[in-house]
Design a protein around this ligand. Structure first.
Ligand code: ADP
Ligand code: MG
Length: 601
């Protein structure tokens, strides 16, 4: 027999296995979902490779997953005809951690140590040890002439690799779990099938489970028919009637033996007609595909036809990712398929603008080449069309959510992703106006809630032509600003902009409203020279008189403050405060200066 080599896991693997075993015990059936999803990834890769090198399919044309159990031996086997793993790959993939799913799990664990929640994450291959005392992996990769056998016991820090004495795989991986005694129920095909239906219904490859034949067969029950005939004959004889042949009695028989039964619907959900897909199916697809544990807030499923054809399903997630500070980073949010072949989830930068990175979905195009690369994508007119559509549909989806009765879902959405929309107003000039309708801020009239700009406009004073805002680090300080006081006292609403991005968002927007007639300028109340549009003649006259009267005071202040101020003027914008410091019309606001200062630190 070929020599066996022993290796030690990377330290993180030990730690991960501890966490998995300790936090997932009550939810340990997730191992099957994990192994099936790995098999599916491997099949995706095989299909993708076959595009450029069809020879890798030779001898094993089917791309599929087969699951079987042996009750007597207490084993469960999951086999796929995917890319398999060479010796090197076995070493690097099943001995270290460098994978997205696992990282996500670790982060979730750090954020909320809730094991129910963790059950929803992709915890990966090592979850096999939840149910197995020993795990054996046999694998054959096209680029490696040999089949390898990886094996490890639960709780051990080591694993072994050797050349597999049974070299029976053409391509792919067979994972055999030697089940723990208390996990013996996992050999029950009914149980396995139920788990497949629950967790893996959207896997795009056939999943076949080895189960007893269930196909019923109707056959004539000879015995029963004979008894019925006899009874009928007897009755006829008693009444002196001629005997008649009775209808045969039927019984159900089941075919003997076992069979590979297809247990999932492996037709990709986006290729089905939206009217045939239930809400639950869309939600489950979202959760299983993106490792999310909350239902999405909204989705759209659409097919674009014409010169460029593609289908897509996009979702608004129910919550922001854990890694809040990384919200603007790439997130594998959009999975690109070409003619049902999974290409990559790393092209989302080309398929969606940065500010919409929270929108998740799948896109399947039949117009792109299968061997599409980033370079091709960036040059592609098709991609530009797809991107435009994805943006448009995303915005429509958010608009629809905003219009939904009750507003709770939109509030959830805004809390999680409002900041991204504000970035969108800054970055996406083409859609700025539509995005501006989604904006929400606190204001002097919004009480504890938020107001949209439309709501603000509906409350404006009859002659008011501007939307007023005050930027500050908190609602309290915005409210306490001297110029705000006076405006609020006059019944004029002021928006309180308290997030760093707010001011950039509002100044980029500049005006609100699509129609020239009803467009409102967005005005910073902390800047000089604001004339309140609704002032009457009387107030204007009073202001002029005050300016004349105060001229000596103004001169005195100018002299004493010298270089430290740009100018001194008389204002009619104050109520209780004797004076206020304001910034000039064209400079940064005090709030912006504060933000710039804090970022320079
Ligand atoms: P993840 O799937 O998030 O990458 P896993 O722990 O589930 O993490 O799997 C680790 C790695 O092992 C995978 O990335 C893959 O490279 C490899 N692997 C696991 N199962 C298979 C399989 N059935 N076929 C080929 N490679 C596999
Ligand atoms: Mg995995």
């Amino acid at each position: 027999t070929p020599a066996e080599e022993t290796f030690t896991y990377q330290a993180e693997v030990d730690r991960l296995m501890d966490i998995i075993v300790n936090s997932l015990y009550s939810n340990r059936e997730v191992f099957l979902r994990e192994l099936v999803s790995n098999a599916s990834d491997a099949l995706d890769k095989a299909r993708f490779l076959a595009v450029t090198d069809p020879s890798i399919m030779a001898g094993r044309e089917e791309l599929e997953i087969r699951i079987s159990a042996d009750k007597d031996k207490g084993t469960l086997t999951i086999e796929d005809s995917g890319v398999g793993m060479s010796r090197e790959q076995l070493l690097s993939n099943l001995g270290t951690i460098a994978r997205s799913g696992t990282r996500k799990f670790m982060e979730a664990m750090a954020a909320k140590g809730d094991s129910n929640l963790i059950g929803q994450f992709g915890v990966g291959f090592y979850s096999a040890f939840l149910v197995a005392d020993r795990v054996r992996v046999q694998s054959k990769a096209p680029e490696d002439s040999k089949q390898w056998l990886w094996e490890a016991a639960a709780g051990s820090h080591q694993y072994t690799i050797r050349e597999d004495p049974v070299s029976d795989l053409v391509r792919g991986t067979r994972i055999t779990l030697f089940l723990k005694e208390d996990a013996a129920e996992m050999t029950d095909p009914v149980r396995i099938t139920r788990l497949i239906k629950q967790y893996s219904q959207f896997i795009a490859f056939p999943i076949k489970v080895y189960s007893p034949k269930k196909e019923p067969r109707k056959v004539i029950d000879e015995e029963g028919t004979k008894r019925k005939q006899e009874a009928a004959d007897k009755k006829a004889e008693e009444k002196g009637e001629p005997t008649k042949q009775v209808e045969p009695v039927m019984k159900t028989e089941y075919d003997e033996g076992w069979d590979w039964r297809l247990e999932n619907e492996n037709k990709p959900i986006w290729t089905r007609s939206p009217k045939d897909v239930s809400e639950t199916a869309y939600n489950d697809f979202f959760k299983t595909t993106f490792g999310e544990f909350l239902d999405p807030l909204a989705h759209v499923h659409f097919n674009v036809e014409g010169t460029i054809e593609f289908s897509a399903i996009i979702y608004l997630p129910g919550m922001a990712p854990f890694e809040q500070q990384n919200m603007m980073q790439r997130s594998k949010s959009i999975k690109l398929y070409v003619k049902r072949v999974f290409i990559s989830d790393e092209f989302d930068e080309d398929l969606m603008p940065r500010y919409l990175s929270f929108v998740k979905g799948v896109v399947d195009s039949s117009d792109l080449p299968l061997n599409v690369s980033r370079e091709i994508l960036q040059e592609s007119r098709i991609v530009r069309v797809i991107r435009k559509q994805l943006v448009r549909r995303s915005i429509e989806m958010m608009e629809e959510l905003a219009g939904k009765e009750g507003g709770e879902d939109f509030k959830t959405f805004w809390d999680a992703f409002g900041r991204q929309i504000k970035y969108g107003v800054v970055e996406d000039t083409e859609n700025r106006e539509r995005l501006s309708k989604l904006l929400r801020f606190q204001s002097s009239k919004s009480e504890d809630g938020l107001t949209s700009l439309d709501q603000y406009v509906s409350r404006m004073k009859p002659k008011q032509k501007s939307i007023y805002w005050m930027a500050a680090d908190s609602v309290q300080s915005a409210r306490a600003a001297p110029f705000v006081e006076a405006m609020v006292a006059k019944g004029i609403e002021v928006l309180y902009l308290t997030e760093p991005i707010d001011e950039a968002c509002i100044t980029n927007l500049g005006k609100y409203g699509s129609d020239k007639e009803t467009q409102y300028e967005l005005v910073d109340v902390s800047k000089e020279g604001i004339s309140l549009d609704e002032e009457g003649e009387e107030e204007k006259a009073a202001a002029e008189a005050a300016a004349k009267e105060m001229a000596p005071v103004v001169d005195f202040l100018k002299k004493s403050l010298g270089e430290r101020v740009e100018k001194v003027t008389v204002s009619n914008r104050l109520l209780d405060s004797p004076c206020a410091l304001v910034t000039s019309k064209f400079g940064w606001s005090a709030n912006m200066e504060r933000i710039m200062r804090s970022q320079a630190l």
